[in-house]
Design a binder for this molecule. Structure first.
Ligand code: SAH
Length: 258
């Protein structure tokens, strides 16, 4: 059997790759990926054979990787963040049936929701939903339904793929749906270029977010009804302040609720 690794490289900075991801790429002969991601890692892994395809050529990219592994070369397909979150893991597993000699190994990475949350503070301390606004492969009505459900359920919401040239008003449309269930001053944030040049975070109210222009390198956060700003950082309280746990930690009395 030959091995194809699907490696999540995290948001972009070398330091934000896992040690396992780095070790895997070090031992690979061939690294396959979308041009932008290959450019991010190339300088750290010299002497490798790099194969790239532009956006929208995902199947071709997957087959390139599978064929390289089938030819006996230790190969990695790199994905930004985690390969299993809007990445290539799923389609590679499906296509793998055509390459019986190739087995896949997934190497997880830090997804944008998590790396973005760390920049913002602690917005994901409670239940959250991740929704992609890209309707390339998901009908917009389905996306709308999920936005409604997450809004109703008072989830913190992370929006991936919030915009592109063809979908310039999608974030506004998403905000209009959320505003049917949430207050105008529901706290939100955008995080752009995490782990890359030009990292930038901004806080908004949901009403303000409606008029914000974002690009495809941005992840959008919509807090839940208790999310607050503390010294410029977003915090979604988990409720420690309201439970006996805090008393135990503070005073060392008897074990309370926990
Ligand atoms: N597999 C990736 C997600 C791919 S979908 C992951 O796990 O992170 C692409 C979307 O992810 C982008 O439109 C953006 O919303 C988000 N994203 C990925 N990398 C990002 C980064 N470095 N900074 C901000 N957002 C990012």
């Amino acid at each position: 059997m030959s091995r194809l690794y699907v490696v999540g490289i995290g948001p972009g900075a070398y330091e934000e790759m896992t040690i396992r991801a780095v070790r895997t790429l070090e031992q690979c002969q061939v690294i396959v990926g979308y041009t932008v991601y290959v450019e991010l890692v190339q300088k750290y892994f010299p002497g490798k054979e790099y194969l790239t395809t532009p956006m929208r050529q995902e199947i071709k990219r997957c087959r390139l990787a599978l064929e390289s592994a089938e030819a006996g070369k230790v190969t990695a397909m790199i994905c930004s963040g985690d390969g299993g979150v809007y990445g290539m893991s799923g389609v590679l597993l499906e296509l793998c049936a055509d390459y019986p000699q190739v087995s896949l190994e997934m190497v997880p990475g830090v997804t944008a929701a998590v790396s973005g949350a760390a920049l913002l503070g602690a917005p994901l301390m409670h239940d959250f939903a991740v929704i992609s606004l890209s309707d390339l492969m998901t009908p917009w009505e389905v996306i709308e339904g999920r936005l409604q459900s997450a809004a109703k359920g008072d989830f913190v919401i992370c929006l991936y793929n919030p915009s592109s040239k063809k979908r310039a008003d999608y974030l506004r449309r998403a905000c209009d749906i959320l505003l049917q269930y949430r207050k105008d001053d529901n706290l939100c944030a955008t995080v752009k270029n995490i782990g890359r040049e030009g990292t930038c975070t901004e806080l908004y109210t949901l009403k303000e977010l409606r008029d914000v222009q974002v690009d495809m390198f941005t992840t959008v956060f919509v807090g839940n009804s208790s999310t607050k700003a503390v010294n410029g950082k977003l915090v979604t309280p988990r409720g420690y302040q309201d439970t006996a746990l805090l008393q135990v930690q503070d005073g060392g009395e008897k074990c309370g609720k926990y």
